[in-house]
Design a protein around this ligand. Structure first.
Ligand code: GLY
Length: 306
């Protein structure tokens, strides 16, 4: 069995290509890299990589994480700028015993040493949106998660049973320089243990980190829950806590993958699209909160907005 699952409609093309790699026997890490880096390189997706929307100072800062579920080793880069792929740098750090989480200039230098290309991540379109937003920006305005897309998170399972998780994001539009969200933090934005399953989160990092949501999903799978039950329960518990202290439910979505290739999703959004590739082929799904839990349905990509 093999499977690849990615957040948002923007991951569909890379998930299809990564699924083909898994079909041909490639390792899960290569399939996850294929899917994440396809989104990073596309300036149409303004929450990830090239074309990502800038921080308050007009610069684009990237966060990325990678975890190998066979060894529980991780790599992560935080607040790095000027490189084409933060994911490649995070993956390159995975396997180190120490120094596997690097920030800023150290992360950039490491990426360049790997051969990751230098890249001005700003585009004409992203800078126009930045300048427009800055005209009305007031310090203290609450920052919100993107609508319709956010972090690209990808979970992979290959024929050997290895599970891998990866993330990449430019973080919140108009964040403070130096702000880091959940995406590069193991247990929060992603987690993976090939014995029990993999999980990743997208949405407002400040909320996701409070529930360590990705680790929580894998912990629940370890206790016997299915991938779908784990995603729903991890999210339900944090949302219940937030509501009990007078907060709103927030903006958070989860994907999960079990070692048998079954998958799950949960969201606080009205509709959360995600892409899956299995031996049955690639497919876009939507996750919609319903009366009795999350409703997961195959969707026509043309009917799902980007
Ligand atoms: N989930 C992405 C972020 O909050 O930065």
């Amino acid at each position: 069995m093999y499977a690849l699952i990615g957040t948002w409609k923007m991951s569909l093309k890379g998930i299809s290509e990564g699924g083909q790699l898994l079909k041909e026997g490639s390792p899960a890490g290569d399939a996850v890299a294929c899917a994440v880096m396809d989104v990073e390189a596309n300036p149409a997706f303004v929450s990830v990589g090239y074309g990502g929307l800038p921080a308050l100072d007009g610069q684009v800062y990237l966060d990325a994480g990678y975890m190998d579920g066979n060894t529980l080793t991780c790599g992560a880069v935080l607040s790095v700028t000027g490189i084409a792929s933060s994911f490649a740098a995070a993956r390159g750090l995975c396997g180190r015993k120490t120094n596997w989480m690097l920030t800023g200039e150290a992360a950039r230098k490491f990426a360049l040493s790997l051969g990751v290309k230098e890249c001005d991540l700003r585009t004409k379109e992203s800078m126009a949106r930045y300048e427009e937003a800055m005209r009305t920006f007031n310090p203290g305005d609450p920052l919100t998660a993107y609508r319709g897309h956010d972090t690209v998170c990808v979970l992979g399972l290959d024929e050997t049973g290895r599970m891998v998780s990866g993330t990449s994001t430019s973080g919140l539009f108009l964040k403070e320089p130096g702000r880091v969200g959940d995406s590069p933090i193991p247990g929060c934005g992603y987690y993976c243990d090939s014995r029990y399953g993999a999980a990743a989160a997208t949405g407002l990092g400040e909320d996701i980190m409070r529930g360590c949501l990705s680790h929580e999903c894998v912990r629940l799978m370890r206790q016997g829950m299915t991938a779908q039950q784990a995603a729903e329960e991890a999210l339900r518990d944090l949302v219940e806590k937030k509501l009990s202290i007078g907060e709103d439910k927030g903006s958070m979505s989860l994907i999960t993958l079990a070692p048998d290739g079954s998958f799950g999703a949960a969201t606080t959004e009205a509709c959360f699209p995600f892409a899956v590739a299995t031996p049955d082929g690639p497919c876009l799904y939507t996750c919609v909160p319903g009366e009795k839990g999350m409703e997961i349905r195959a969707a026509d990509p043309d009917s799902v907005p980007d």
